[in-house]
Design a protein around this ligand. Structure first.
Ligand code: DGL
Length: 290
């Protein structure tokens, strides 16, 4: 095992959404260390525009490389991947880099009715990258694409209270109902949308609400697991996978969570979704480039 194998994997998102990807990463790679950065001080990214999102992506990538000496970077944000992954690869040519994009190909494999819904941020769904992905699957299924302005922000806001005080998901439910209602009929009968791609990492935390609204006949598709497997492949190829002998360290010893926003919401999210204690979390300043 090389020295680099001891270094952490960097993971970042506009906010808490990428914790859904971190969850899959920690399951796939239990011996690895992770530094997660939530840019909650600047979230949501989805309605910000490419130039801003690209500048944040580069500032955070540089910060994680110089301050935490990461051995790989997972951009756990569809919006940042669409806006900046190519530039990020050029900026860090030696660094294994994994992005996320809406899982359209797995959805084509899963659908029986041939009608697939895709939800994501406006930034992701109006990007050239997404247009190319859609075009590459032309004729293989019908895609109903719906930007969900405000949904990532509502999920971000739901972390303002501790897990025990979370009462209901009224705002999240109303947004999910509005957007899926605009897409047409969901179900498993001919003509129904039977597969829904969650094209934003935040939306994984609205899964229960979506299942409840859409019924059991609809398959929800997220990207955490394939991203985690791809990360393993890249580390293997680079020879920097952490050794798997012995028991993995406790999660709180190998996971550090940082935020550019307020500390408590990240602590609430860590406890609620990853069962991690508050002392795993800290605030950090990553200035916006001038
Ligand atoms: N979680 C992000 C994504 O996957 C971004 C959500 C946002 O900040 O608007 O696109």
């Amino acid at each position: 095992m090389t020295d680099a194998a001891q270094q952490p994997i960097g993971v970042f998102d506009s906010g808490v959404g990428g914790l859904s990807v971190l969850q899959a990463l920690r399951t796939e790679l239990p011996h690895e260390r992770f530094v997660y950065l939530a840019d909650s001080g600047n979230a949501p990214y989805g309605e910000r525009g490419d130039a801003f999102v690209a500048a944040r992506t580069h500032a955070i990538g540089d910060y994680l490389c110089t301050q935490h000496h990461i051995k790989a970077l997972v951009v756990a944000c569809n919006t940042a991947t669409a806006a900046a992954i190519h530039e990020a690869r050029a900026r860090h040519p030696q660094l294994p880099l994994v992005g996320v994009e809406p899982a359209l190909k797995p959805a084509v494999a899963a659908t029986r009715t041939g009608r697939i819904g895709v939800i994501g941020t406006r930034g992701t769904l109006s990007s050239h990258k997404f247009a190319r992905l859609l075009a590459s699957l032309h004729g293989q299924a019908e895609f109903i694409v719906q930007p969900c302005n405000g949904l990532a922000h509502a999920i971000e806001r739901s972390t303002a209270v501790p897990p025990a005080a979370v009462q209901d998901a009224t705002e999240i439910r109303a947004l999910c109902a509005r957007y899926t209602g605009a897409m047409g009929r969901f179900g498993s009968n001919p003509g129904d949308i039977d597969t829904l791609v969650l094209g934003c990492t935040h939306y994984v935390f609205a899964q229960e609400v979506l299942r409840d609204l859409l019924g059991p006949g609809v398959t929800l598709i997220a990207t955490g697991e394939p991203v985690a497997r791809q990360t393993r492949r890249l580390l293997q190829a680079a020879g920097t996978l952490a050794a798997e002998s012995g028991l993995p360290p406790l999660p709180q010893e190998r996971i550090t969570l940082l935020t550019t926003g307020a500390l408590e919401p990240l602590q609430n999210a860590a406890q609620r979704w990853l069962q991690l204690p508050p002392h795993c979390c800290a605030t950090v300043d990553v200035p916006h480039p001038r």
